[in-house]
Design a protein around this ligand. Structure first.
Ligand code: SGN
Ligand code: CA
Length: 537
């Protein structure tokens, strides 16, 4: 008997160690499909997998339920086209050259879709790119010109030139994506499909079916809605993204210019009334009629209430109007994502498809009194990231590593079994997908350039690790800020000059310097980009 038990134990140990071995050396699925879903300005605070106080996004959440939720994903430069350039090139802005929304992308440099296409992948892109030129490496694309329109948008297409499509942009982009999957995709080749929503970008026009659902809702205010920026430096104080002072009454909160004139409310920016009129003009008579049915009562109530509103009341009112429309646009994004995920499942494609949901950056939903992005502060620096890959990522897993949009290119190329060019600066995320976090980077580099420009956020670069965020604002200021990320979750207190942090400051400044060298950024490049920018303006 004893012998048997001994033998049994030996066999059990053998089986276990084989199983362990197998897991360690488990082969990745071969040439998986890649579905890259990205929305424009979609704050993680507006995805229920992260935070369910504002909106339910059951379909986007499915990606985290079947895969991994990254809770510390961030961008390298929190603005639209630069983020897209980082994603496609796998290089920081100072190396790929697309430092802001103004300069065109240098299409002579290599991007990951080109390598995938050469490597036998079918490639397609639908929606917002915002590059100023067409993408390379795509068998098919239909992209919005620039920012694109919410209603009856134009598209620049690979094969049909510029076309106008009647309808709501989010639904059109979803239909294009589904059509390509169903009718154009070849079954015998893997694909890489970029499904890129315009929503929820400003000026936040929801789909007709969501107007009434959102316009009567009241949303919880963020703790820092009335922030006076006393604990921060000049940049936070001079930024023009405050709901009360800079959110426009017409374009943003949708009060018609004629009503504003009657009430004696001046436009907050020279283009406010024009933006409103432009958006309304794009709607066809039927769409406009439906809009007026729901928005007219809101406008009537505003006319009545405005004369008695204090500045605090106006701030509160603007925050609610902002959330109603911003979140309203997300409802259609979530439905579209659901339709595409359903199709992957029905067709069986889901089993060998990596699905990514992310945004080009984070966004302020009233935190610090703000809308927009750009800063290295939390809400704009962090970006949502949900990834599923059956057989590789365990369902319902969470990852807290500091991953960046810089990492997509090397990750996708590695997943496809292709070589990653040495100039790409991102990290391969596949070990993290497999639950192996050891040795992953413990700090990231950030650099924002678009200044002087809309929203007036000053140029800055930053070193960020789990504990600290050290930021240098430069150009027309020379100011440093330090945030203790563990103690000051809301980033209200710049402790750079606090003697208790003197040693930390010295240490982190050294780390930032090393990081700039590691990523090949430099004071000379800062200067070069300032000069280029001045010339362009
Ligand atoms: C527009 C918006 C800005 C926004 C930029 C960049 N103004 O100019 O609020 O910061 O786009 O956004 S608007 O009145 O025209 O809506 S980005 O996402 O493309 O970088
Ligand atoms: Ca954006």
């Amino acid at each position: 008997m004893k012998q048997y038990i001994g033998l049994l134990a030996f066999v059990v140990i053998l089986i276990c160690s084989c199983a362990e071995k197998k897991e360690e050396t488990a082969e990745l699925p071969k040439r998986p499909n890649i579905l890259f879903i990205m929305s424009d300005d979609h704050a993680y605070q507006a995805i229920s997998a992260y935070d369910d106080r504002l909106i339910q996004t059951p379909n986007i959440d499915r990606i985290a339920n079947e895969g991994m939720l990254f809770t510390n994903a961030c961008v390298t430069n929190s603005i639209c086209a630069p983020s897209r350039a980082v994603i496609l090139s796998g290089k920081h802005s100072h190396l790929n050259g697309k430092i802001d929304n103004l300069f065109p992308f240098d299409t002579t440099q290599i991007t990951f879709p080109q390598i995938l296409q050469d490597g036998g992948y079918q490639t397609a892109m639908f929606g917002k790119l915002h590059f100023g030129n067409n993408p390379k490496g795509f068998d098919q694309f239909k992209i919005l010109p620039g920012q694109g329109a919410y209603y009856n948008p134009d598209f620049i297409t690979k094969n049909e030139g510029r076309i106008k499509i009647e309808g709501y942009t989010t639904d059109i982009i979803t239909d294009m994506t589904l059509d390509w999957l169903k009718k154009e995709r070849k079954e015998d080749e893997p694909f890489m499909l970029m499904y890129l929503h315009k929503a929820p970008h400003r000026a936040w026009l929801p789909a007709q079916r969501h107007y009434s659902e959102f316009i009567d809702k009241t949303f919880p205010e963020p703790k820092t809605l009335f922030d006076d920026y006393v604990g921060r430096g000049t940049a936070a104080k001079t930024a023009e993204m405050n709901l009360l002072k800079h959110m426009s009454w017409a374009g943003d909160t949708k009060i018609p210019p004629s009503v504003l004139e009657d009430l004696g409310i001046p436009p907050v920016s020279p283009w406010d009334f024009g933006a409103y009129n432009g958006n309304m003009k794009r709607m066809n008579p039927e769409q406009l009629e439906e809009w007026n049915k729901v928005y007219d009562p809101m406008i009537e109530a505003f006319k009545k209430d405005f004369p008695d509103m204090s500045e605090k009341d106006q701030m509160r009112w603007k925050y609610q109007r902002y959330m109603q429309d911003y979140l309203g646009t997300i409802a259609a994004v979530d439905e579209g994502v659901g339709e595409v995920l359903d199709y992957l499942k029905e067709s069986g494609l889901d089993e060998n498809t990596i699905v990514v949901y992310t945004s080009d950056q984070g966004f302020y939903l009233g935190e610090h009194g703000w809308f927009d992005k750009r800063f290295a502060y939390n809400e704009s620096f962090k970006t949502p990231l949900l990834v599923k890959w059956p057989g590789v990522i365990k369902p319902k897993s969470k990852n807290t590593q500091m991953v960046q949009n810089l990492d997509f290119a090397p990750t996708f190329l590695t997943a496809a079994g292709l070589d990653v060019p040495s100039e790409m600066q991102g990290e391969n995320l596949i070990p993290l997908f497999e639950g192996k976090n050891e040795g992953f980077r413990d700090a990231v580099y950030y650099h924002y350039y678009e200044y002087p420009a809309e929203h007036a956020v000053k140029r800055h670069y930053a070193f960020v690790n789990e504990e600290y965020k050290l930021i240098h604002f430069y150009h027309d200021v020379d100011e440093w800020e330090l945030y203790d990320r563990k103690k000051d979750l809301l980033e209200m207190n710049n402790v750079y000059d606090d003697p208790a942090y003197a040693e930390t400051v010295v240490e982190l400044k050294e780390k930032l310097k090393e990081m700039r060298v590691y990523y090949k950024d430099s004071p000379e490049l800062d200067q070069k980009y300032i000069e280029m920018y001045n010339k362009k303006r």
